[in-house]
Design a protein around this ligand. Structure first.
Ligand code: ADP
Length: 198
């Protein structure tokens, strides 16, 4: 099962991707997590990415495309994967199509979590508060200023990705404003339909 979970920052991509990872026993590949790990390890790529991420801007396509190309070639991704936070630009989506075509692989589903923009900042602030309550570090970009930039990047660069997959009928839209279990059930209907079609 090869899935993409699309949606604006705070849409619930991480929550749903982690659940799908358990359900299907395939890895969740979050470019945000991979870039944060590279930044924490203070690698040259990580250092460059951190400066962009902290302000809420996107990291260049060639960086994330390279990371994903390496990652999907690893053994644990052979049975499938859930992409969370990638592709974030139409260029990245095209690069992914090329990568999969070269491996003769197909995507089973592109799931878009649709959420009212007005609800997103509140979700991000709630996540920051929960992290503090747990004694965990708050993400450097979970603040109103970086959030504004992330939302702008989403509108400008990532919303067209949904249109790219909608154009050939691959996009399945799910209401991300519903309670988590209802969102989960809607996603399961999509993945189960995809699973029976292959
Ligand atoms: P979000 O909660 O906004 O979905 P992520 O954890 O997915 O956050 O990503 C955090 C940051 O990492 C982004 O704002 C961006 O700087 C960088 N990033 C992650 N994935 C990509 C990507 N596919 N292309 C470009 N930049 C990315």
């Amino acid at each position: 099962m090869r899935l993409i979970v699309l949606g604006p920052p705070g849409a619930g991509k991480g929550t749903q991707s982690q659940r799908l990872m358990q359900k299907y026993g395939i890895p969740q590949l979050s470019t945000g997590d991979m870039l944060r790990a590279a930044a924490a390890a203070d690698t040259p790529v990580g250092r460059k990415a951190k400066a962009l991420m902290d302000t809420g801007s996107l990291v260049p396509d060639e960086v994330v495309v390279g990371i994903i190309a390496d990652r999907i070639s690893q053994a644990d991704a052979a049975k499938g994967f859930i992409l969370d936070g990638f592709p974030r630009t139409v260029n990245q989506a095209k690069a992914l199509d090329d990568m999969l075509a070269a491996k003769k692989l197909k995507l089973d589903g592109v799931i878009e979590l649709k959420v009212d923009e007005g609800a997103l900042l509140g979700r991000i602030e709630k996540r920051a508060k929960e992290m503090i309550a747990k004694g965990c570090a708050v993400r450097a970009d979970d603040n109103p200023e970086a959030f504004k930039t992330r939302l702008e990047a989403y509108r400008e660069m990532t919303a067209p990705v949904a249109a790219y997959y909608a154009a050939d009928g691959r996009l399945k839209t799910v209401d991300g404003m519903a309670p988590i279990e209802v969102v989960s059930a809607a996603i399961d209907r999509v993945t189960e339909a995809a699973g029976s079609a292959v």
